[in-house]
Every structure is written in C-alpha cells, then in structure tokens.
Ligand binder design. Sequence first.
Ligand code: MRU
Length: 338
Amino acid sequence: MKVNGHSYRTVWMEGNSVFLIDQELLPFQFRILECRNHRETVGAIRNMNVRGAGAIGAAAGYAMAQAFHEQGGNSGYIQAAKSLIESARPTAQNLFYAVQRVFDAGTVGALAAANAIAKEDADACREIGKIGSELIRDGCRLATHCNAGWLAFVDHGSALSPVYAAHASGKKVFVFVDETRPRGQGARLTAWELKNEGIPHAIIPDNAFAFYAAAGKIDLVIVGADRVAANGDTANKIGTLEKAIIAREYGIPFYVAAPVSTFDKQTATGEGIVIEERGEEEVTMQSGPDETGTIRRIRVASPDSPVFNPAFDITPARLITAYITEKGITETIDPGWF
Ligand code: MRU
C-alpha cells in the first residue's frame, strides 16, 4: 500500500535488521522501527508496534531468521529464541505457523523461508480481496471490527482487502468502523487506512453497532481472524462475538476473511484457543497528541479498580455465514488446504 506516494509493506528484513511500520504511533506519526536482533523484534510484537495476524506472523518468521543469523545454528540458542518468539503473543496462529516453518528451514533456509512467508501473506491477501469483492455490491454499507487491513498483514489486509478491491473497481462502498476499545485499532488504524485510500467511512463507538444494524443501515459485516479452529470457531478481537450475535439477529451476512495460514487444524474447536489477557493500562490509559503534537498518555478510568482485559473472543462457526480465503469463499473448512 502507498503512504505519501511511497509503496510500503508492514514488515521486511535488510541485513540482520527487521524493519516495521510502527503501529503504536499511528495515525499521529508515521515511523519505521528498526529491530536489530530477534529480541528487539519479539519486543516489538509484545509491545504491539507490529500487530495483526499476518504482520505478527511475518515479524515472527523474520525474528526466527535473525536468531539463525545471530548464532549460525547453535541449537541451544535457536531453541531458546524459538520459545521466546512463541511466548510473545499466544492467540495469533500465524505467529506459530511462521516460527515453525522458519525453524524447520534451518540455518541455510531460514531467510528464504521467512521471505516466502511474507510474500505468500501479501499474495493471499490480494487474492482475498479479488474473491471477496464479489460479495460487495455497488452502494454497499459494510461494517468491520478492529483492524484487519493492510497494516495487520504484510500488504492488502484480509477484511479490508475486498473493500479496497471493490473501491478500485469503481463500486461505491461505505464502511462503519468500530472504534475497537480498549486499544482503538478501528478508530486509529482502520480509519487511517480508509482515509488514505479515499474510501467513505465513519468511526462509530463499539456500542453503536446494534443501533445501526437495527436501523437497517448495515448490509454486510466482514471481520478478520487471529485463529480459526478446525470446526470454524474463530478467535478475533474482543467484541467480534457481539457483532456476530447482532448480525444474526438482524439478518446481516457475517463473513470472516483470513488466509489459510490462520486456520489451525490442530485445535478442534474454539474452546482450545488460548485467549490473551492483556494489561490493565490498555483499559485505564489512552494516548494521543496534545496541541503541540507531543504524544501523551492520560488516565481515563477511576484509579484503584480491578480491570479485566481479554484481547479476543470466540465467535462460534454457526454465527459465521462463510469464510473468505485465497482459495475461495466457503461455508465449511476443507482439510485439504492444510
Ligand atoms: O490485538 P491485535 O491488534 O493484534 O488484534 C488482532 C487483530 O488485528 C484483530 O483481531 C484482527 O481483526 C484480526 S488479525 C488480522
């Protein structure tokens, strides 16, 4: 995707450094973060400088390649690095898929495997866009949750890729963007992406979705996925489940867009998916620029109350109309993909 006329991918590697678009600073500042070793890349994943299923996967694959480069195949070092990278975030399947694939490639093949994962991610997302855009009719009013745009992958995105393709083909489309508390990936990242692409949209409070659905103003919902279990149950950003329940109540088609690398055949149902619990500061603090442009953090919740902060929820397969993948649109998961 282009930012200020320059084509970017969200994450790439040069020498032994991993470079990534720092999503922590967006939409207020656009900056590239350099991670000089696998520990720094793990830090960037943990700290959510890079986030979103495919982008985490590509960064994790590159972190594994960095580890091979750092120690030239010392097996204790490589094993410790693998465990460290896998501990960065627990829910996104792409992280585990990428680390294992680069680990299996060994010292000689690590970098090529990491580059292949990044390329395949971008290619799959482009295909998801082409395929998914068929679901978007001219004049469609679509809703999405969190950020499953190009920032969440290496390029193009999953849930937003069909929107970009439909817009590029001349269809009119309007996007309701859930703000996505507590971290605001919708309000900050999805809105920024759509504005850059010139796609009409509006940010809505998370709890306004039912209001617009009940008013007949939403035609279609497309969300991304962090992990899809073998039976189709889907982990995605917290709040996805309630959108799916509301969509079912009001007869709105609810699609999950994800590359095949997000499908986890080892986990039978959503009950087996580990849900990350994040720190309370995500809920109690917010950050943004003051009038001088300096980014500041302020408290937005009463101090000294306990906080619960699950990062994801599980939408049961029965609430999902179909999955949009690079292999096609499907209501059931084909084990032949894996
Ligand atoms: O916690 P995040 O921002 O890494 O959340 C993951 C996500 O980006 C979303 O759940 C997204 O909708 C699916 S990943 C493309």
